[in-house]
Design a protein around this ligand. Structure first.
Ligand SMILES: C[S@@+](CC[C@H](N)C(=O)[O-])C[C@H]1O[C@@H](n2cnc3c(N)ncnc32)[C@H](O)[C@@H]1O
Length: 277
C-alpha cells in the first residue's frame, strides 16, 4: 500500500517524532482508513531496533510459549488479547495454541482493519473486534486466557481496576490472566527506573509513572482473584535467545522479587503479572 506521508503525518510533527503516533491510534483520514495501523507497525519497527523480533511478536511468542512450557496440561480453548493494536502479539498465541479460538480487541478501527488484513495475509485466523476493555461484550466465563501487552500503562489509572474486573468476569475458573507491563518501580535497578521516568516524561507517556507506582498484587486481588493465585514472572525473550537457550533460561526463571528485572537489556526479558482464577 502507498501512503501519502502528508496524510499520515500532520505537518506540525517532525520525522523524529514519528514514534509518538501522531494523530493517535484512532484517527481516520479517509473512510475505512488503515493509516494509523501502518504508522504503528512501522514506527514500532523503527523504534525497537529489531528487539521485538522480525514480526514484532516476541512478547506474545515468549509469553505464550512460557505458558505452554510451564503449564503442560493447560490447553486453552479461547484466548483474548486486550488492546491488541495491529495484532503483533495476538498472532503468536494462535501459533502456540493452534486449536484455540483467539480474539483481539481494541478501540481503534484503523488498527483493527490493519490487524485483520495483516493476519489474513499471514494465514492466521484471529477474531478482531472493536471493544472497550473496560466493558467487554463477552459472556461471563468465556475465556481460558486473558492477555495484554503494553496496554495497561496506556490507560488512565482509574480504568485499570475496570479492565481487571472484566478480565476476572470473562475468565473461566482455572483460567489465566497475564499482562506484560512495565516493571514496578520497586523491582527495577535505579538506572532502569530513572530511564523509564525519563522516557515517560520526554516521550509523552502520561501514565508510565502512575502505573509503575501501583501495587500489582493489590489491584489483582481487588479485581476478585484470590491472593494466593497472584503470579508474576520475568520471561526471557524467545527471539533474543533462540529455542535451545530459551528452554534452558525458562528452567531458571525466578520469582521476580528475587531479581532485578531490567528492561530492553541483554537477553531482553518481559515482565508479566496476573493470576489464575
Ligand atoms: C501500546 S498499544 C498496545 C500494543 C499491543 N498490545 C501490542 O502488543 O502490540 C495500546 C492500545 O490500546 C488501545 N486502547 C486504549 N484504550 C483502550 C480501551 N479502553 N479498550 C481497548 N483498547 C484500548 C489503543 O487503541 C492502542 O491500540
Amino acid at each position: 500500500m502507498r501512503l501519502d506521508p502528508a496524510l499520515a503525518i500532520p505537518r506540525s510533527v517532525s520525522a523524529v517524532d514519528i514514534h509518538l503516533m501522531p494523530g493517535s491510534y484512532h484517527t481516520e483520514y479517509v473512510p475505512d482508513d488503515v493509516t494509523m495501523g501502518c504508522v504503528y507497525d512501522e514506527r514500532l519497527r523503527l523504534s525497537t531496533f529489531g528487539l521485538f523480533g522480525p514480526d514484532l511478536g516476541d512478547i506474545g511468542r515468549s509469553i505464550a510459549k512460557f505458558v505452554a512450557t510451564r503449564f503442560t496440561n493447560f490447553a486453552p480453548a479461547r484466548i483474548l488479547d486486550l488492546g491488541c493494536t495491529v495484532g503483533h502479539n495476538t498472532l503468536p498465541w494462535k501459533e502456540t495454541f493452534p486449536k484455540a479460538e483467539v480474539h483481539g480487541i481494541d478501540v481503534s478501527p484503523p488498527c483493527l482493519r490493519y490487524a485483520h488484513a495483516r493476519a489474513r495475509e499471514r494465514g492466521v485466523a484471529i477474531h478482531f473486534e472493536q471493544m472497550n476493555a473496560c466493558a467487554l461484550q463477552y459472556p461471563d466465563e468465556s475465556f481460558d486466557v486473558v492477555f495484554s501487552s503494553m496496554f495497561l500503562h496506556e490507560i488512565p489509572k482509574k480504568e485499570i481496576p475496570l479492565v481487571l474486573r472484566e478480565a476476572f468476569r470473562v475468565l473461566r475458573p482455572g483460567g489465566l490472566m497475564l499482562h506484560m507491563e512495565l516493571p514496578p518501580a520497586n523491582q527495577l535497578s535505579p538506572w532502569d527506573s530513572f530511564y523509564l521516568d525519563w522516557d515517560g516524561h520526554y516521550n509523552n507517556e502520561p501514565f508510565y509513572r502512575s502505573f509503575r507506582a501501583l501495587d500489582l498484587q493489590t489491584i489483582v486481588t481487588d479485581a476478585g482473584f484470590a491472593t494466593d493465585r497472584y503470579c508474576q514472572h520475568v520471561i526471557p525473550s524467545w527471539h533474543a535467545l533462540g529455542s535451545k537457550q530459551w528452554r534452558q533460561a525458562i528452567d531458571h526463571v525466578l520469582p521476580v522479587n528475587d531479581e532485578r528485572t531490567g528492561r530492553l537489556t541483554t537477553g531482553i526479558r518481559w515482565f508479566v503479572f496476573g493470576a489464575k482464577k
